[in-house]
Design a protein around this ligand. Structure first.
Ligand code: UDP
Ligand code: MN
Length: 270
């Protein structure tokens, strides 16, 4: 039942790879029955790639500039959309029937395999502008045709925010007003913002959180972590963030750090 569906993430360098590894372990801890796939670029070191290969079922190396002519040509017109173009490659994983994309800065707190029952494009509202979806978590159907259309759209129209979220919200613009079943609950992509939060709602619904998304400066691997006490101290953030960051670091210490070489172990927590 599960073999043709996968969780997909992306890492273009070693720090985002740490996020991807912890994310993968959070999915395993939540006992997902689905495959784990990742897109990486040559910016990920060989030793980190080995760590990734040991954890993910499917590792696809994409090099935006050397890939198919179609991508290269589109990128030449829009060099500012580099990482965005890399994310779009998730549509090329056509060996899967359906996928859920997760940013490398997300963390799964509870099993959410039911997301695979949703159709393309399902996503949760962005708290900064809820008529847009946040592109850190979305359900999609791999297709070369859609990939080609997204590239063409990017080349001709660009992205209103310079990133994948603006592009995808323009391409899937009917999301805002058409089909409520494509609106995922906010609990599937709790965007942690240091500037705005609705604390009574967090208190009321916080235990329902399924996926947390550490956007912007709240990246777990950039927080200060005490290796003696194994406690993380958030540099910014607000109520509740500490517990979630601690869960990230607990997974990191239990599953990721032991297998990193000593050389690479120094990379996190600084
Ligand atoms: N990403 C990456 N390398 C980068 C920047 C981004 O691999 O240098 C990937 C990674 O999967 C990340 C996603 O693109 O989670 C989106 O970027 P980010 O999460 O930093 O954006 P935010 O969610 O903070 O807006
Ligand atoms: Mn993100």
């Amino acid at each position: 039942m599960s073999s043709n569906m996968a969780w997909v993430t992306l890492a273009t360098n070693d720090s985002y790879s740490l996020g991807a590894l912890v994310l993968a372990h959070s999915l395993k801890t939540a006992k997902t029955v689905h495959k784990l796939a990742i897109l990486i670029t040559p910016g990920v070191t060989t030793s980190m790639k080995q760590q990734i290969e040991a954890v993910f079922d499917d590792v696809k190396v994409v090099d935006v500039l050397d890939s198919k002519d179609q991508t290269h040509l589109a990128l030449m017109c829009r060099p500012e959309l580099g990482v965005t173009f890399t994310k779009l490659h998730c549509w090329t994983l056509t060996n899967y029937e359906k996928c859920v994309f997760l940013d490398a800065d997300t963390l799964v707190l509870q099993n959410c395999d039911e997301l695979f029952e949703r159709e393309e494009l399902s996503a949760a509202p962005d708290p900064g502008w809820p008529d847009c979806f946040n592109s850190g978590v979305f359900v999609y159907k791999p297709s070369q045709e859609t990939f080609g259309q997204l590239l063409e759209f990017a080349r001709t129209r660009g992205s209103f925010d310079g990133g994948d979220q603006g592009l995808l919200n323009m391409y899937f613009k009917e999301w805002a007003h058409t089909d409520i079943s494509k609106h995922l609950s906010f609990t599937y992509n709790v965007v942690w913002s240091s500037t705005y939060s609705y604390l009574p709602a967090l208190k009321q619904f916080g235990q329902n959180m399924k996926i947390i998304h550490f956007i912007a400066a709240s990246k777990p691997w950039l927080q200060s972590f005490n290796t003696e006490t194994r406690v993380v101290t958030p540099t910014s953030g607000g109520t509740g963030l500490q517990t979630l960051l601690q869960f990230w670091w607990d997974l990191f210490c239990q599953y990721v750090h032991p297998s990193l070489s000593t050389e690479m172990g120094g990379l996190a927590g600084q």
